[in-house]
Design a protein around this ligand. Structure first.
Ligand code: RP5
Length: 168
Protein backbone atom coordinates (compact mmCIF):
# COMPACT_ATOMS: atom_id res chain seq x y z
CA UNK A 1 0.00 0.00 0.00
CA UNK A 2 1.38 3.40 -0.92
CA UNK A 3 1.13 6.61 1.05
CA UNK A 4 -2.05 8.66 1.37
CA UNK A 5 -2.39 12.24 0.18
CA UNK A 6 -0.41 13.47 3.22
CA UNK A 7 2.39 10.93 2.56
CA UNK A 8 1.42 8.68 5.47
CA UNK A 9 1.25 4.90 5.07
CA UNK A 10 -2.37 3.90 4.52
CA UNK A 11 -3.34 1.81 7.55
CA UNK A 12 -7.14 2.07 7.47
CA UNK A 13 -9.58 1.49 4.65
CA UNK A 14 -12.85 3.39 5.01
CA UNK A 15 -15.49 1.93 2.70
CA UNK A 16 -19.18 2.61 2.29
CA UNK A 17 -22.10 1.37 0.25
CA UNK A 18 -22.83 4.70 -1.41
CA UNK A 19 -21.49 8.21 -1.65
CA UNK A 20 -24.66 9.19 0.23
CA UNK A 21 -23.02 7.54 3.29
CA UNK A 22 -20.05 9.93 3.20
CA UNK A 23 -21.56 12.68 5.40
CA UNK A 24 -21.77 10.04 8.14
CA UNK A 25 -18.52 8.25 7.33
CA UNK A 26 -16.30 11.30 6.94
CA UNK A 27 -16.40 11.68 10.73
CA UNK A 28 -14.35 8.45 10.96
CA UNK A 29 -11.82 10.02 8.62
CA UNK A 30 -11.70 13.13 10.80
CA UNK A 31 -10.97 11.01 13.89
CA UNK A 32 -8.12 9.28 12.06
CA UNK A 33 -6.79 12.67 10.98
CA UNK A 34 -6.68 13.76 14.64
CA UNK A 35 -4.23 10.94 15.33
CA UNK A 36 -2.23 11.33 12.13
CA UNK A 37 -3.34 7.93 10.79
CA UNK A 38 -3.23 7.41 7.03
CA UNK A 39 -6.41 6.16 5.39
CA UNK A 40 -8.16 5.68 2.08
CA UNK A 41 -11.89 6.14 1.46
CA UNK A 42 -13.91 4.40 -1.26
CA UNK A 43 -17.43 3.44 -2.27
CA UNK A 44 -17.53 -0.37 -2.47
CA UNK A 45 -21.16 -1.41 -2.62
CA UNK A 46 -21.96 -4.98 -1.61
CA UNK A 47 -25.08 -5.00 -3.78
CA UNK A 48 -24.17 -2.80 -6.71
CA UNK A 49 -20.56 -3.95 -7.21
CA UNK A 50 -20.27 -7.32 -5.44
CA UNK A 51 -17.18 -8.51 -7.35
CA UNK A 52 -15.24 -5.35 -6.51
CA UNK A 53 -16.36 -5.60 -2.90
CA UNK A 54 -15.06 -9.18 -2.57
CA UNK A 55 -11.82 -8.21 -4.31
CA UNK A 56 -11.35 -5.27 -1.93
CA UNK A 57 -11.85 -7.53 1.07
CA UNK A 58 -9.57 -10.29 -0.20
CA UNK A 59 -6.70 -7.96 -1.06
CA UNK A 60 -6.90 -5.39 1.75
CA UNK A 61 -4.31 -7.07 4.00
CA UNK A 62 -1.98 -7.76 1.06
CA UNK A 63 -2.10 -4.06 0.21
CA UNK A 64 -0.94 -3.17 3.72
CA UNK A 65 -4.18 -2.14 5.37
CA UNK A 66 -4.51 -3.05 9.07
CA UNK A 67 -8.16 -2.16 9.76
CA UNK A 68 -11.30 -1.77 7.65
CA UNK A 69 -14.09 0.61 8.66
CA UNK A 70 -17.23 -0.24 6.67
CA UNK A 71 -20.43 1.78 6.74
CA UNK A 72 -23.74 1.06 5.07
CA UNK A 73 -27.41 1.74 5.52
CA UNK A 74 -30.63 -0.26 5.17
CA UNK A 75 -29.82 -3.85 4.17
CA UNK A 76 -26.27 -3.18 5.33
CA UNK A 77 -24.37 -6.27 4.19
CA UNK A 78 -21.04 -4.58 3.41
CA UNK A 79 -19.28 -4.91 6.80
CA UNK A 80 -20.29 -8.55 7.24
CA UNK A 81 -19.35 -9.61 3.72
CA UNK A 82 -15.97 -7.93 4.04
CA UNK A 83 -15.43 -9.68 7.37
CA UNK A 84 -16.19 -12.97 5.62
CA UNK A 85 -13.28 -12.60 3.21
CA UNK A 86 -10.62 -10.55 5.06
CA UNK A 87 -8.41 -11.54 8.01
CA UNK A 88 -8.37 -7.88 9.13
CA UNK A 89 -10.51 -6.44 11.93
CA UNK A 90 -13.68 -4.91 10.48
CA UNK A 91 -15.52 -2.09 12.25
CA UNK A 92 -19.11 -1.67 11.11
CA UNK A 93 -20.95 1.65 11.09
CA UNK A 94 -24.76 1.45 10.80
CA UNK A 95 -25.72 4.44 8.66
CA UNK A 96 -29.20 5.80 9.47
CA UNK A 97 -31.45 6.31 6.45
CA UNK A 98 -34.80 8.04 6.04
CA UNK A 99 -36.88 5.15 7.39
CA UNK A 100 -36.53 2.97 10.52
CA UNK A 101 -34.06 5.36 12.20
CA UNK A 102 -31.06 3.16 11.37
CA UNK A 103 -32.39 0.14 13.30
CA UNK A 104 -32.37 -1.84 10.03
CA UNK A 105 -28.73 -0.88 9.43
CA UNK A 106 -27.76 -1.72 13.02
CA UNK A 107 -29.42 -5.12 13.11
CA UNK A 108 -28.12 -6.19 9.72
CA UNK A 109 -24.54 -5.34 10.77
CA UNK A 110 -24.50 -6.48 14.39
CA UNK A 111 -26.07 -9.94 14.08
CA UNK A 112 -23.05 -11.75 12.68
CA UNK A 113 -22.68 -15.51 13.03
CA UNK A 114 -20.01 -16.83 15.40
CA UNK A 115 -16.64 -17.01 13.69
CA UNK A 116 -17.09 -13.89 11.54
CA UNK A 117 -16.76 -10.87 13.83
CA UNK A 118 -17.70 -7.28 13.03
CA UNK A 119 -17.08 -4.68 15.75
CA UNK A 120 -20.28 -2.67 15.40
CA UNK A 121 -20.50 0.89 16.70
CA UNK A 122 -23.75 2.63 17.53
CA UNK A 123 -26.02 4.04 14.82
CA UNK A 124 -24.26 6.79 12.91
CA UNK A 125 -21.29 6.80 15.30
CA UNK A 126 -18.47 6.87 12.78
CA UNK A 127 -16.34 8.86 15.24
CA UNK A 128 -16.15 5.84 17.52
CA UNK A 129 -15.22 3.70 14.50
CA UNK A 130 -12.26 5.98 13.83
CA UNK A 131 -11.27 6.01 17.49
CA UNK A 132 -11.53 2.22 17.73
CA UNK A 133 -9.32 1.85 14.66
CA UNK A 134 -6.80 4.15 16.37
CA UNK A 135 -6.86 1.97 19.49
CA UNK A 136 -6.32 -1.20 17.42
CA UNK A 137 -3.33 0.36 15.70
CA UNK A 138 -2.11 1.80 19.01
CA UNK A 139 -1.82 -1.69 20.50
CA UNK A 140 1.34 -2.20 18.42
CA UNK A 141 2.43 1.46 18.12
CA UNK A 142 3.56 2.95 21.46
CA UNK A 143 3.72 6.54 20.12
CA UNK A 144 0.14 6.34 18.85
CA UNK A 145 -1.00 4.68 22.07
CA UNK A 146 0.56 7.54 24.05
CA UNK A 147 -1.52 10.01 22.00
CA UNK A 148 -4.64 7.98 22.77
CA UNK A 149 -3.86 8.11 26.51
CA UNK A 150 -3.45 11.89 26.18
CA UNK A 151 -6.78 12.09 24.33
CA UNK A 152 -8.48 10.15 27.13
CA UNK A 153 -7.01 12.52 29.72
CA UNK A 154 -8.55 15.37 27.71
CA UNK A 155 -11.96 13.67 27.82
CA UNK A 156 -11.65 13.30 31.58
CA UNK A 157 -10.63 16.94 32.07
CA UNK A 158 -13.55 18.11 29.91
CA UNK A 159 -15.99 15.98 31.92
CA UNK A 160 -14.63 17.40 35.20
CA UNK A 161 -14.94 20.94 33.82
CA UNK A 162 -18.58 20.33 32.90
CA UNK A 163 -19.20 18.95 36.38
CA UNK A 164 -17.70 22.12 37.87
CA UNK A 165 -20.15 24.23 35.84
CA UNK A 166 -23.10 22.16 37.13
CA UNK A 167 -21.90 22.64 40.74
CA UNK A 168 -21.55 26.44 40.40
C1 RP5 B 1 -26.85 1.25 1.03
O1 RP5 B 1 -27.96 1.86 0.48
C2 RP5 B 1 -25.85 2.34 1.13
O2 RP5 B 1 -24.88 2.03 2.08
C3 RP5 B 1 -26.67 3.53 1.50
O3 RP5 B 1 -26.71 3.71 2.91
C4 RP5 B 1 -28.07 3.14 1.02
C5 RP5 B 1 -28.66 4.11 0.03
O4 RP5 B 1 -27.79 4.27 -1.06
P1 RP5 B 1 -28.13 5.33 -2.20
O5 RP5 B 1 -29.43 4.92 -2.79
O6 RP5 B 1 -28.21 6.69 -1.52
O7 RP5 B 1 -26.98 5.26 -3.18
O8 RP5 B 1 -26.40 0.20 0.25
Amino acid sequence: MGPDRLDRPVAVGIVMGSDSDWPTMKVAAEALEEFGIGYEADVVSAHRMPEEMIDYGKRAHERGLSVIIAGAGGAAHLPGMLAAVTPLPVIGVPVPLKYLDGMDSLLSIVQMPAGVPVATVSIGNARNAGLLAARILGATDPALQARIVEFQAGLKAAAHAKGAVVRE
